[in-house]
Design a binder for this molecule. Structure first.
Ligand code: SAM
Length: 217
């Protein structure tokens, strides 16, 4: 039996320590709980790509949002899982930083329009199915201000781990989906994260921009 794609998972169940979908075992700790910011987010910050009002979408346990708040950004962090956000809230309080947290579906981003200068997505895009990716690209475009940047780290085909490979996103599909929603893809850079168990996880680091408004006619 193939493992159900994460677009069919109940992520809140996973964070509660329950099976998120038939055939997917429960875990005591989610595998992405690194208790610190991801390499991709640190790289974006150090490259000066993050500015203004920041949205961390699919923020999970909040460590990327906390890191960005510690670097002086105004951060809103959203996730579909209320359980993840309870931990994120506690970690933000422990770190004594202010992060606005809320439960929201990334494919809708209801209530957010022209609100963000930078959108950071560490590992959420590849959790969505094709329709979800298309809806999310459009919702993020609405939530972004003219000239805003969208930064995505998603699994690429260069993945040793079959479960991650199943979620791989091709360069063509990233370009088609983001371009179709009005984003201009500026860069797609491969990155490899070496897991302690020897498995290499290949990512795309995507930089896209919502074009600045054209001058009034
Ligand atoms: C692989 S985890 C990454 C978490 C975090 N960004 C990180 O780097 O550790 C993917 C996250 O996306 C969230 N997610 C999945 N589908 C979502 C959706 N439609 N809207 C909002 N969040 C979603 C999950 O709950 C999960 O926290």
């Amino acid at each position: 039996m193939t493992t159900p794609h994460p677009s069919h998972w109940d992520f809140d169940a996973l964070y509660r320590g329950e099976s998120p979908a038939q055939g997917v075992p429960p875990v005591t700790t989610v595998p992405w709980d690194t208790k610190g910011p991801k390499e991709s987010v640190v790289a974006w910050q150090e490259q000066g790509l993050i500015s203004g009002d920041v949205l961390d979408i699919g923020c999970g346990l909040g460590d990327n949002a906390i890191y960005l708040a510690q670097h002086g950004h105004r951060v809103t962090a959203l996730d579909i899982s209320p359980t993840a956000l309870i931990t994120a809230e506690r970690r933000a309080a422990d770190a004594r930083v202010d992060v606005r947290l809320a439960v929201t579906d990334a494919t809708e981003l209801t209530g957010y329009r022209d609100a963000f200068d930078t959108i950071v997505d560490s590992g959420m895009f590849h959790c969505l199915d094709d329709d979800g990716k298309v809806a999310y690209a459009a919702a993020a475009h609405r939530a972004a201000r003219a000239g805003a940047r969208l930064l995505i780290a998603c699994f690429s085909e260069a993945n040793d781990d079959p479960m991650r490979g199943q979620r791989a996103v091709s360069e063509a599909s990233v370009r088609n989906i983001l371009g179709g929603a009005g984003w201009t893809v500026r860069a797609m850079t491969p990155m490899t994260v070496h897991r302690p168990d020897g498995v290499d996880m290949g990512f795309w680091l995507v930089t896209a921009e919502r074009p600045p408004e054209e001058a009034a006619q």
